[in-house]
Write a protein that binds this ligand. Structure first.
Ligand code: ADP
Ligand code: MG
Length: 604
């Protein structure tokens, strides 16, 4: 190994030889990869050091899963792959689950995984952190490569970028054996092996016929509805989509990460009457949203039984994933929506006035009912009034990026906190993953320079809370909010046995999460009223500095499994059959601590 020659970044210009570390960094730079997230160690430590020396921003994180989530969010927010670096075997494996999640979400990102000596790994001789990593990555990644020769590094990086970016974006794995990094070659010859991917995410123009079929179907519709998903947000077709929606007057429904693609207060937004809109729409245009579990697979009791679908997707395999589609369009959303807008010149498309009135009336009714819940005063707070305070602050700070995870904290925030600009809401995504939040928040701050408010349930925060240290170390403008109701779903569940342990759902309702931020030099706040939430959040956002607001909720606030309790199987015998009644606690916040005055007795 001659890696020692490569450690001094200033010396390499004059040397005639170069090595794998330097060629990799140059290949990343040639392809515009200007940020690397990761956790370093053998054999990739010097990849990060040399990358930093050469002007790539390196963000060192505390767990590979968080680095992977950061890279995925970076990819979604910038439209080009985010990248992260992992060490061999255990570090590599920690990155794989989020690489899979990124692929499910359609976020472009690349995991660069250092790996141990090939010869001894392949013969299973018992190498340090020895694992055939590329093989393990195959089912987790959209594509999986290994670069074995220094002269192939340029090609390998381009292949990874194209695989991550093109078609439906996703997570790509690139294996970097230790022997690759220490290979050497003539520096001038190495330069000639580096090139940049040309148009890695090319436009994919749909057929004229498919667009015409869709427009004809919309022309016949009385109650047409549009669904916008995170694919539409990713496509950066903001103007084309807004143009089509406003010129036709068709009501639309934003999926959670498409909130803000058009401002949530747009009069055609049907967020408040989603159920009615789905039950009564006769033609539904899907723009970058999948007919997966989130939408009941496009069939069943949530939908008008006679509904017809138009489905625009860049991935031809997605069409008819769960039901017949009357008008499939395979193409990229930007090109497609441009043609759809042009097609309005010879198609008369609009929603019927009766339907519009029906939806408007339902919206008014629901907004009034919900609005009173967000302003009601309770002691302690619940999700609704705490988030009502957050909404007011975000209304006054519309440039802030929101990251959101949890069960009730997710569902209620999505419903209550309005978004006004595209790609400013990141959440649990297609799989409903917990533990994405701080990684996403870090990337949002790094990739955009904007202030970020990262809103977590106390359970969700437990997965990746250590990254508050990263937020402080890099002095990022991130305000973390932990909504503490003392448990998974909520904090009032009981141990059904006799050992006196906390219930499986119980976490610490009396914790002080803000102290985690204080431990690393950030600002901690403990909020017990909506007025305090409002004041502390405004202050924290305006400080543009690391902060954590512990939002103390009632342990009774929240419903089991949030809005997806129908996915949670129920026991049919025993104490949990037919639901589980909670005993009443008398709780309040006294001297900065949540106190329960009469804890419930065991149900047994
Ligand atoms: P949501 O969860 O918001 O409903 P999904 O992630 O389920 O959204 O769906 C996004 C869809 O958008 C995916 O099927 C993906 O293939 C598609 N998509 C992503 N980018 C584009 C694009 N540029 N053009 C067309 N379709 C896209
Ligand atoms: Mg909780």
């Amino acid at each position: 190994m001659n890696a020692s020659a490569s450690v001094n970044p200033s010396s390499d210009q004059t040397e005639t030889l170069t090595d794998g570390f330097h060629v990799l960094v140059e290949a990343l730079k040639a392809n515009g990869l200007d940020t690397l997230y990761g956790v370093i160690g053998i054999p990739v430590t010097d990849v990060a050091r040399i990358a930093q020396a050469k002007g790539i921003r390196y963000i060192g994180m505390r767990h590979e899963a968080d680095a992977a989530n950061a890279a995925a969010a970076h990819g979604y927010l910038t439209g080009a792959p985010g990248a992260f670096l992992t060490v061999s075997a255990p570090g590599f494996l920690n990155g794989l689950a989020p690489l899979r999640e990124a692929t499910e979400n359609g976020f472009p990102c690349i995991q660069f995984g250092g790996s141990s000596d090939r010869a001894t790994v392949d013969l299973q001789e018992g190498q340090y952190e020895g694992l055939d990593q590329r093989a393990y990555a195959v089912p987790f990644a959209k594509a999986s490569y290994r670069i074995d020769r220094i002269e192939d590094i340029g090609l390998g990086v381009v292949r990874a970028i194209r695989a991550a970016s093109s078609g439906r974006p996703g997570g790509v794995y690139v294996d970097l054996p230790d022997s690759l990094l220490s290979q050497t070659m003539d520096a001038q010859a190495a330069k000639e092996t580096i090139f940049s991917a040309l148009d890695p995410a090319p436009a994919m123009i749909p057929s004229e016929e498919s667009v015409e079929r869709a427009l004809e179907l919309l022309e016949q519709a009385k109650n047409p509805l549009i669904f916008l998903g995170k694919g539409a947000a990713y496509a950066r077709a903001d103007e084309e989509i807004a143009d089509f929606i406003h010129k036709t007057g068709i009501p639309y429904q934003p999926m959670s990460m498409a909130k803000g693609l058009l401002p949530d207060d747009d009069p055609q937004c049907t967020a408040s009457c989603r159920g009615l809109a789905m039950r009564t729409a006769d033609v539904v245009l899907m723009i970058g949203a999948r007919l997966n579990w989130m939408l009941g697979f496009g069939k069943g009791r949530h939908w008008n039984p006679d509904v017809k679908f138009i489905q625009i997707d860049i991935d031809p395999v997605e069409i008819e994933n769960a039901r017949p589609i009357a008008a499939p369009i395979v193409g990229d959303i930007k090109s497609t929506m441009k043609l759809m807008v042009e097609g309005l010149a010879h198609h008369s498309i609009h929603a019927s006035a009766e339907w519009q009135q029906l939806l408007d009336a339902d919206t008014k009714k629901n907004d009034a009912r919900f609005g009173s819940k967000t302003t009601e005063v309770t002691d302690p707070m619940n999700h609704y009034n705490a988030l009502g305070a957050v909404k007011e602050v975000i209304d006054a700070h519309q440039d802030v990026i929101i990251v959101n995870e949890g069960a009730n904290t997710l569902d209620d925030c999505r419903d209550i906190v309005a978004m006004y600009k595209p790609r400013q809401r990141l959440d649990c995504g297609t799989w409903g993953v917990m533990g994405i939040g701080t990684g996403y928040a870090i990337a949002a701050a790094v990739a955009t320079g904007k202030s970020v408010v990262s809103i977590h349930g106390d359970s969700a925060f437990g997965f990746d809370g250590m990254e508050v240290e990263t937020i402080c170390r890099y002095k990022l403008p991130v305000t973390v909010m932990v909504f503490n109701n003392g448990g998974i779903y909520r904090g009032d569940f009981e141990n059904l046995g006799t050992d006196g342990d906390p219930s499986p759902l119980t976490l610490d309702a009396t914790a002080h999460y803000e102290k985690m931020m204080e431990a690393f030099g950030g600002k901690g706040y403990y909020a017990t009223t909506p007025a305090e939430v409002k004041q502390y959040l405004s202050e924290a956002i305006e400080s543009k500095a690391p902060a954590l607001i512990h939002v103390q909720l009632s342990i009774h606030s929240g419903v089991e499994s949030g809005h997806i309790s129908d996915l949670n199987p129920q026991p049919i015998v025993g104490p949990l059959a037919g639901g589980h009644e909670m005993e009443d606690f008398n709780e309040k916040v006294v001297d900065g601590k949540l106190v329960q005055e009469s804890p419930a007795a065991s149900t047994n």
